[in-house]
Write a protein that binds this ligand. Structure first.
Ligand SMILES: Cc1ncc(C[n+]2csc(CCOP(=O)(O)OP(=O)(O)O)c2C)c(N)n1
Length: 186
């Protein structure tokens, strides 16, 4: 008899090892966010914290399909994207706590963590801002002739932003030229 679990595992085309790795990534993001919540609610963390709890599978599923030098652009709710793309939790915590060891030397905080070495062009407090940055990254990959792709994460709030539609128009133009370089995800 095939159970629902076995069926979905067979359908994914991913081996048990890979699925387990992805599950661990999701748990790690959840645990990271729970610690952030603890620090934040005890007023030990400066600035704001928008948590990614409940959305872990989105970041992990997408980032696992990317190469390290592929680009992502993120949102105000970006910790999960950052971790899934390969950022180090200790440097992220340092950033959240305003420490020199952080990704932006403690000057950016939760909504501005960027890690170019893992292709993360940054969290972004501007709703929809991720789309414009991803379009630029995709254009640079096209111009330089690299194989990199750019993925932008955004929330439904971005659907009311003109920049989103300009980004999609740019995406369609690249597709007309048979260059698939930009992907967008909620
Ligand atoms: C251009 C812009 N307009 C308004 C805001 C204020 N703002 C911050 S978060 C937010 C809601 C975003 O909703 P959504 O994209 O669905 O993300 P969610 O927080 O629900 O995950 C708004 C309006 C902003 N940061 N940027």
């Amino acid at each position: 008899m095939t159970t629902a679990t076995n069926q979905s595992k067979a359908d994914s085309g991913l081996g048990t090892e890979k699925l387990l790795h992805m599950y661990k990534q999701m748990v790690a993001i959840r645990q990271f966010e729970e610690q952030v919540n603890d620090l934040y609610t005890r007023a030990l963390m400066p600035g704001l914290a928008h948590l990614y709890i409940g959305e872990e599978a989105v970041a992990v599923g997408i980032c696992e399909a990317l190469h390290r030098d592929d680009y992502i652009t993120s949102t105000h709710r970006g910790h999960g994207h950052c971790l899934a793309k390969g950022a180090a939790p200790d440097r992220m915590f340092a950033e959240l706590l305003g420490k020199e060891a952080g990704y932006c030397r403690g000057k950016g905080g939760s909504m501005h963590i960027a890690d170019p070495k893992s292709g993360n062009l940054g969290a972004n407090a501007i709703v929809g801002g991720s789309v414009g940055i991803a379009a630029g990254a995709a254009f640079s990959a096209k111009t330089l002739g690299t194989k990199q792709v750019a993925v932008c994460f955004f929330g439904e709030g971005a659907l009311g932003q003109g920049l989103l539609y300009m980004g999609f128009a740019g995406h369609l133009r690249l597709r007309e030229q048979h260059v698939q370089r930009i992907y967008a995800f909620f």
